[in-house]
Structure formats: C-alpha cells, structure tokens
Design a protein around this ligand. Structure first.
Ligand SMILES: [Zn+2]
Length: 108
C-alpha cells in the first residue's frame, strides 16, 4: 500500500471538508441575520438550521479524524491500530482512510 497516495487522498478529503464547513458556517451566519417575515418559513428555516448544525458537528468530527490520521502518517504509526498496535489492515484503510483503530478495537 502506497502511503504517499494515502496522504494525498487524506489531504484532498481534508480540503473538501474544510470548504464544506466554511459553506455551512456562512449558511448558519446568514440565517441569523435574515429573519423571514413569514412564520411558516421561519419554522422551515429552523428545521433546516438543525440539519445544518448537525452536518457541521459531523464535519468537524471527520476533520479531526483526518488531522489525526495525517499526524499518525507523519509519525509512522498510520498502519497500526491506535489501541492494540496490531496492523489495521490494508482493506480497512482503503475503505476508511482516516480510521485509527483495527476492526476489532473499533467494534469493541
Ligand atoms: Zn486494535
């Protein structure tokens, strides 16, 4: 498995995630300023905001995982489980490039 490719992939995902979070932030911010004059629309906007906030949280968590994976890559620990130290496995790393644990530890 080519660690150089993995790193490039992680950096691509990271850039996409950061761009998405930035858009989400703008969305949240603009919604605060623009209050709809129509009550029904306000209700819809509120539900929409909750989804956006949830996406924002999700994105932040993923971004954290990606940053950790990049650090692990730099430190040379990338291929091994962060808990038990056993190899995570090529197939799992290809499926989830920013995973920190082997399938046993992730499931435990
Ligand atoms: Zn493990």
């Amino acid at each position: 498995m080519n660690l150089h490719d993995i790193k490039a992939q992680l950096l691509t995902v990271k850039a996409e995630m950061e761009a998405r979070l930035l858009r989400t932030h703008k969305h949240i911010h603009l919604k605060d300023e623009a209050v709809s004059p129509n009550f029904h629309e306000q209700v819809v906007e509120r539900e929409d905001d909750e989804i956006v906030h949830a996406l924002d949280m999700e994105g932040r968590k993923e971004l954290e995982q990606i940053n950790r994976a990049l650090q692990r890559l730099e430190a040379g620990h990338y291929l091994n489980c962060g808990r038990c130290g056993q190899p995570i496995g090529e197939q799992r790393l290809i499926a989830v490039p920013y995973t920190e644990f082997c399938i046993k530890c992730a499931g435990a």
